[in-house]
Write a protein that binds this ligand. Structure first.
Ligand code: ADP
Ligand code: MG
Length: 207
């Protein structure tokens, strides 16, 4: 992947910040209405932090900076969860000169594992994982069908968006939305939506 990781991070950060109101509205319905505020604050901080890195900083340090930035600037549940995801992805690409298909898959899987280690959620609990796990599965299916990285990522984005739709149909059993029980049905999970936004922004940047 010849594209710049730093530029990819900028594009993803700006895409999340641009959806601040949408994410907050979604969280208003089934949570405490701060997901957009949390995510925007986190990625504003990330944008500042990555600007301070030297020009030739490698992917691992850039992603580590993103992870640390999110953990240190976001109070809500999603900040530390996404922060851990970026830190785990960073560890996978350490000392890799290129992010090829296998590395990208390993980064995605490590990110998901990090979220699960920290948040103890599984698929089907109406969280960000309901976008990310199907995305990883679609990415993996794409690699097995000999698709290129961009095609795999496109499949992953579509799977994440389907995952968002699926979150409308299920009850939240993790996070604040779980307090609503059946009343969480009919609403998209804000974290699933932010995950899909990030993947889509990455795809749009790379294509
Ligand atoms: P908070 O819930 O503390 O207000 P946010 O509103 O920023 O934090 O984030 C809420 C999102 O975090 C949810 O929509 C959900 O996707 C995600 N989330 C919450 N708890 C978990 C968990 N245990 N595992 C994975 N994701 C979670
Ligand atoms: Mg919230």
């Amino acid at each position: 992947m010849m594209a710049s990781i730093r530029e990819a991070v900028r594009v993803v950060s700006k895409a999340v910040i641009a959806k601040k109101i949408l994410l907050t509205d979604l969280d208003q319905a089934i949570g405490d209405g701060d997901h957009g505020i949390n995510m925007a604050r986190g990625f504003e901080s990330v944008l500042k932090k990555i600007d301070l890195l030297e020009e030739n900083t490698d992917a691992a340090l850039i992603l580590k900076t993103v992870g640390m930035g999110l953990i240190s600037s976001v109070g809500g549940a999603a900040g530390p969860l996404y922060g851990t995801a970026f830190l785990r992805a960073s560890a996978v690409c350490k000392n890799k000169s290129e992010i090829d298909l296998a590395t990208a898959q390993a980064m995605l899987d490590a990110a998901i594992k990090g979220i699960q280690d920290r948040g103890k959620a599984q698929k089907g609990e109406k969280t960000m994982l309901d976008a990310l796990i199907p995305a990883s599965e679609a990415f993996s299916a794409g690699t097995k069908n000999k698709k290129n990285i961009l095609q795999c990522l496109n499949d992953a984005v579509k799977a994440a968006q389907k995952g968002v739709e699926y979150t409308k149909t299920i009850i939240a059993t993790k996070g604040r939305a779980s307090y609503l029980a059946e009343r969480s049905i009919g609403h998209e999970d804000p974290g699933a939506v932010s995950s899909a936004i990030m993947l889509e922004a990455l795809y749009n940047y790379l294509k």
